[in-house]
Design a protein around this ligand. Structure first.
Ligand code: SF4
Ligand code: FE
Length: 486
C-alpha cells in the first residue's frame, strides 16, 4: 500500500525486520530507539511535505512511467524544471529539519542507474532497463525510501579491488546462480540506511576488466537475509540516549543524517533486481552521474541549514541585546551572502541540465562539482561566523539538569539571563541548536558527504577544458591554436 503520511511511514518501518546494531546491541524499533528516532522523523518530513498544499508542487511529481502522482524522491528528472524543483524542495526540507533528511541518496541513485542501465542495454544488448523500470514502478507506487549504497571500504587504497588481500574490501558478486546473484562485501557511511525500505547497490569507483565481479548494481530489501547494519556514533549522541531535550540541540531531528555500515554477507539478489552484472565499462559513468546529482544537492539542503543557523544566531543576538552592533549585522550579512551564493550554484547546475540518451535529465557536472566544493568552504565559513557571534557560551553551557536543579537552578537562571523578559531556557535552547549545527559530526558530513573536496578538484580540473583556455590566450597574442600546430 502506498505510504502517504508520516505515521504510515513509521508503520511501514515497524513491519520490516532489518538487523541493526548500535553500540554492540541489536536495535529493535528504529522509530522509537533514541539513537535513530530523530533521523526517522527527519526522513518522515519528506512524506509530510507532500501533504502540505504550499509544498505539494515541489514534493510530488507525475511519474513518466505510470502517469500517477508520486513523491519527487522517486521521480526520474524529465526536464530542467524537475531539476530546479528538486533544489527548491531540498532547501525547504533543510529549513524545516535543520539536518539531513537522507532520502536524496536513493533519489540520486535511482536517476543515475536509470540512465546508465539504458546505455548498457544499448551497447551490450542486455535487459537491465526494463528490469529497472519494473523495480522503480513498485518503489513509486508504494512510495518507498531507498538508500543509495555506493562507498566501499577499499582496504589498501594502493591496490585495485581484485588485488586486495581480502577480496571483500570491495563489494562483489561472490556467486552467480540460475535465479540470481550472491553479493558479499560492505558499504560504509550509508545515510538513512536503517530507516529505508530498500537498498540500491552501486559500484564505488570506475572498474577495469579484472574487476568484473565488482561491477554490480542491484536492489534488495533492507531486511534481506545476510544484511547486517552497524549504526555509527555521532558527536554528543549520549545526550540523545538520556533524552535530555534541551541539551540535544535539535531534539526533533538530530544534527546529521544517521549513518550505518551495511554488511552484505552472501546476500542473494534475484535477476529481476540486478541492473549491472560485470559491465565494468559503465561503472565510471554510474559513479559520476550519482556523484554529480548528489553534489548538486548540497547547495540546496545545506543552504536550508544555513538559513536556520543564520536565524538562530540573529535571534540569539537579539535576546542578548547585541543585534544592533554593526559587526553583528555585517557578519549576518556575510552569512546570508554565502548561503545565497551556494544556492545559486545548485540552481545553476540544474538550469544547465541536459538530457541523457534515456531521456532522464542530468545536472551540469562541472557546476555540480563547483557547488559541492563551495559547500566545503562556505558552510564552514557560515558555521565559523555563527560560532563567532554566539560566543563561548555555546561551549560552556550548564546542562538541563543544572537548570532544573533545586540547588543551582536559580543560579543558572540568574547568570544566564540576557535581555530581561526572555526565558533563560530559550537562550540555552538556541545556544544548543547552534552548538549542534556547528559541531563535529554535522560539519564532517558537510565536508565529506557526496565526496571529499579532493574528489571535486579532480573533476573540476578534468572538466576544466584547460587546452581550450590555453588556446583562448594564444589567439589573443596571435598564436595558432595548439591543435592546429600538431
Ligand atoms: Fe540529502 Fe543533503 Fe542529506 Fe545528502 S546531505 S542526503 S543531499 S539532505
Ligand atoms: Fe550527505
Amino acid at each position: 500500500m502506498k505510504i502517504q503520511t508520516t505515521s504510515q511511514y513509521m508503520d511501514s518501518l515497524k513491519k520490516l525486520s532489518p538487523v541493526i546494531y548500535y553500540k554492540g546491541v541489536r536495535v529493535g524499533d528504529v522509530t522509537t530507539h533514541p539513537a535513530t528516532a530523530p533521523h526517522v522523523r527527519a526522513a518522515a518530513m519528506t512524506y509530510a511535505l507532500a501533504n502540505i498544499e504550499e509544498y505539494e508542487n515541489l514534493a510530488t511529481a507525475t511519474s513518466h512511467l505510470t502517469g500517477n502522482t508520486i513523491s519527487r524522491f522517486t521521480h526520474i528528472h524529465q526536464n530542467v524544471e524537475d531539476l530546479i524543483k528538486k533544489v527548491k524542495l531540498l532547501r525547504v526540507l533543510g529549513q524545516k529539519t535543520a539536518t539531513c533528511f537522507q532520502r536524496c541518496v536513493g533519489f540520486d541513485g535511482i536517476n543515475a542507474v536509470y540512465s546508465v542501465a539504458y546505455e548498457i542495454d544499448k551497447k551490450h544488448g542486455t535487459g537491465y532497463f526494463e528490469r529497472f523500470k519494473n523495480w522503480l514502478t513498485r518503489i513509486q507506487d508504494e512510495n518507498l525510501m531507498v538508500v543509495g549504497a555506493m562507498t566501499d571500504p577499499k582496504g589498501d587504497r594502493s591496490k585495485k579491488p581484485s588485488e586486495q588481500t581480502d577480496l571483500d574490501q570491495y563489494l562483489r558478486i561472490s556467486e552467480r546462480r540460475s535465479d540470481g546473484i550472491v553479493i558479499r562485501g560492505a558499504k560504509l557511511h550509508m545515510t538513512g540506511a536503517v530507516n529505508s525500505h530498500e537498498i540500491l547497490v552501486m559500484p564505488t569507483t570506475a572498474m577495469d576488466e579484472a574487476s568484473r565481479d565488482y561491477s554490480v548494481a542491484c536492489a534488495l530489501p533492507v531486511d534481506a537475509p545476510g544484511v547486517t547494519m552497524i549504526y555509527g556514533r555521532q558527536a554528543n549522541d549520549s545526550r540523545r540516549d538520556l533524552k535530555e531535550s534541551i541539551d540535544v540541540g535539535n531534539p526533533s531531528f538530530g544534527s546529521v543524517g544517521g549513518e550505518a555500515t551495511i554488511v552484505f554477507n552472501d546476500v542473494f539478489v534475484p535477476w529481476e533486481n540486478v541492473f549491472m552484472d560485470g559491465e565494468y565499462d559503465f561503472t565510471g559513468d554510474l559513479v559520476y552521474r550519482f556523484a554529480a546529482h548528489h553534489r548538486a544537492n548540497y547547495g540546496a539542503c545545506k543552504t536550508g541549514l544555513m538559513d536556520v543557523l543564520t536565524g538562530a544566531v540573529s535571534y540569539l543576538s537579539q535576546i542578548q541585546g547585541a543585534a544592533k552592533g554593526s559587526h553583528v549585522r555585517d557578519k549576518i550579512t556575510e552569512m546570508i551572502h554565502l548561503s545565497e551564493t551556494l544556492y545559486s550554484s545548485s540552481i545553476a547546475c540544474s538550469a544547465e541540465g541536459r538530457p541523457t540518451d534515456s531521456g532522464a535529465f542530468m545536472v551540469d557536472t562541472m557546476l555540480a562539482n563547483v557547488c559541492k566544493h563551495n559547500v566545503t568552504r562556505f558552510h564552514f565559513e557560515v558555521a565559523r561566523l555563527a560560532v563567532d557571534l554566539a560566543g563561548g557560551f555555546i561551549a560552556t553551557l550548564p546542562s538541563e539538569h543544572d537548570l532544573h536543579s533545586e540547588d543551582v537552578g536559580h543560579l543558572v537562571e540568574k547568570y544566564f539571563t540576557g535581555v530581561s523578559g526572555v526565558p533563560v531556557e530559550d537562550r540555552i535552547k538556541i545556544g544548543r541548536l547552534i552548538e549542534a549545527m556547528t559541531g563535529g559530526t554535522a560539519m564532517v558530513e558537510s565536508m565529506h558527504g557526496a565526496g571529499s573536496p579532493q574528489a571535486q578538484r579532480v573533476m573540476i580540473l578534468r572538466e576544466g577544458k584547460l587546452e581550450e583556455k590555453i588556446n583562448l590566450a594564444r589567439a589573443l597574442i596571435g598564436l595558432s591554436s595548439k591543435d592546429e600546430q600538431t
